[in-house]
Design a protein around this ligand. Structure first.
Ligand code: 15L
Length: 259
């Protein structure tokens, strides 16, 4: 029987995955500090990702962890350190102690947010761009990826780090027409990261098959991700914002997070 622990299960992406990941014979163990309504095929754990003892207990009997928990945007350093950095350490360390063989980590494009995007739309940015975080939040994602690499190289865990773009029901600015990850594609990507044989440590863009995409889908396809959605269907409904916002979105991976 397959048991998957999802941290941050009450959050935005957590809710999307809870709707899309139930399967016959699978238990979703849903962890968050916020309350979650139990549903068939689920177990609810109320705990902080930063509580190592609680995480070790939550990881018992688990086949894989999908780690979404933490602060999902910029915040002061102490909050980012205490929640995102300590929390991601606790997740990897608890997974190791409990013998969990795989962690799928919700990293972010903001780990590489100051990388400059190509003007030429035929040039795609590879999945393994070097870290250039745009915020303390981005730094925490770099640290999380580094923990994934360490726990793979030293302890043999599989660590698939998803550099997620704009995961939302629809894009909310012009940049999002290129960076959008639809909820259905997000679930497809996470399922691929869970099912892929021996992924080792890797970073993979989390993006849909958007017409305006400049981030490669090669890393995703290599783990079996087959995106079906394209943000272009929303193009007629999204207009310009202020020039600085839209220019940052064209120039940098992290868009307005760089301002
Ligand atoms: C993220 O990592 C954030 O969690 C989300 O709120 C969006 O801002 C997204 O990146 C993005 O870059 O669009």
């Amino acid at each position: 029987m397959e048991t998957v622990l999802i941290t941050g299960a009450a959050g935005g992406i957590g809710r999307m995955l809870r709707e899309r990941m139930p399967r016959e014979g699978r238990t979703l163990r849903l962890l968050d500090i916020a309350p979650i309504e139990p549903a068939p095929g689920t177990e609810v754990v109320t705990a902080s990702v930063a509580d190592l003892d609680a995480m070790v207990v939550a990881c018992a009997g688990v086949d894989a962890v999908v780690h979404l928990g933490g602060i999902s945007g910029e915040a002061d350093w102490a909050s980012i350190r205490d929640v995102n950095i300590e929390g991601t350490y606790a997740v990897f360390e608890a997974a190791r102690r409990a013998g969990v063989s795989r962690v799928v980590y919700a990293s972010s494009n903001h780990a590489v947010g100051f990388q400059v995007q190509p003007d030429d739309p035929d040039l795609e940015m590879p999945d393994d761009l070097a870290p250039r975080p745009d915020t303390f939040y981005g730094v925490s994602k770099v640290l999380g990826e580094a923990l994934g690499a360490l726990y793979h190289d030293r302890h043999g865990l599989d660590a698939v780090c998803l550099r997620i773009g704009t995961c939302a029901e629809m894009p909310y600015d012009l940049r999002g027409l290129s960076t959008w990850l639809s909820p259905d594609d997000c679930a497809r990507l996470v399922e691929a990261a869970l099912a892929c044989p021996e992924p080792g440590f890797r970073t993979v863009w989390g993006v849909s098959a958007n017409t305006r995409r400049v981030w490669s889908l090669d890393g995703g396809r290599a783990i079996g991700y087959a995106p079906e959605d394209d943000a272009e269907v929303f193009a007629g409904r999204i207009g310009p914002r202020d020039e600085a916002h839209d220019e940052a979105g064209r120039r940098y991976v992290g868009g307005a997070f760089t301002l």
